[in-house]
Design a protein around this ligand. Structure first.
Ligand SMILES: [Zn+2]
Length: 167
């Protein structure tokens, strides 16, 4: 079942999410719902706080064919390497994109939906996505990575959209 994506301004987006402790049917349902919501949006990554659930969980699929799914539960960033700069968006900031500098490579350790730990290495867009989604679990939003000028412009645009009832 598709869930509602919460937009910037919602408190849950700036809270530090709590660890996932129960690997049960409810968790499986949440993961399935998150994939449905992300593909429908459409997007390449989605963190649980973005559907109003303050838990340490995010999903990713950066492939065109929608066949490279990853589920990260209680993730830890083990290391990062290099830098990349590219256009970045966020499903909680519809229509807003700007350049963000991220590491070019990331090694992450996380649990899957069965609670099993895995370690994996990601590059380029997937590295960008992992780091963006991980930040959501810390309550950190990509807008804080923009220059001060860009941040002000984006916040002003959002305020205007809110006044117009479009946010
Ligand atoms: Zn985001």
């Amino acid at each position: 079942m598709k869930r509602e994506i919460v937009k910037y301004g919602a408190k849950v987006l700036t809270e530090k999410a709590a660890p996932v402790t129960a690997f049960d049917e409810e968790l499986n349902q949440l993961v399935a719902d998150m994939f449905e919501t992300m593909y429908d949006a459409p997007g390449v990554g989605l963190a649980a706080p973005q559907v109003g659930v303050s838990r340490r969980l995010f999903i990713m699929d950066c492939s065109k064919e929608k066949n490279r799914q990853f589920v990260f539960i209680n993730p830890e960033i083990l290391s990062t390497e290099g830098t990349q700069t590219g256009d970045e968006g966020c499903l909680s900031f519809p229509g807003i994109y700007f350049d963000v500098e991220r590491a070019a490579r990331v090694i992450v350790r996380a649990q899957n939906a069965r609670g099993e730990w895995f370690e994996s290495d990601f590059l380029d867009l997937e590295a960008r996505c992992v780091l963006h989604e991980y930040d959501h679990l810390e309550g950190d939003l990509f807008i804080e990575k923009a220059s001060r000028l860009r941040r002000e412009l984006v916040k002003r645009k959002i305020q205007r959209l809110k006044r117009e009832g479009k946010w």
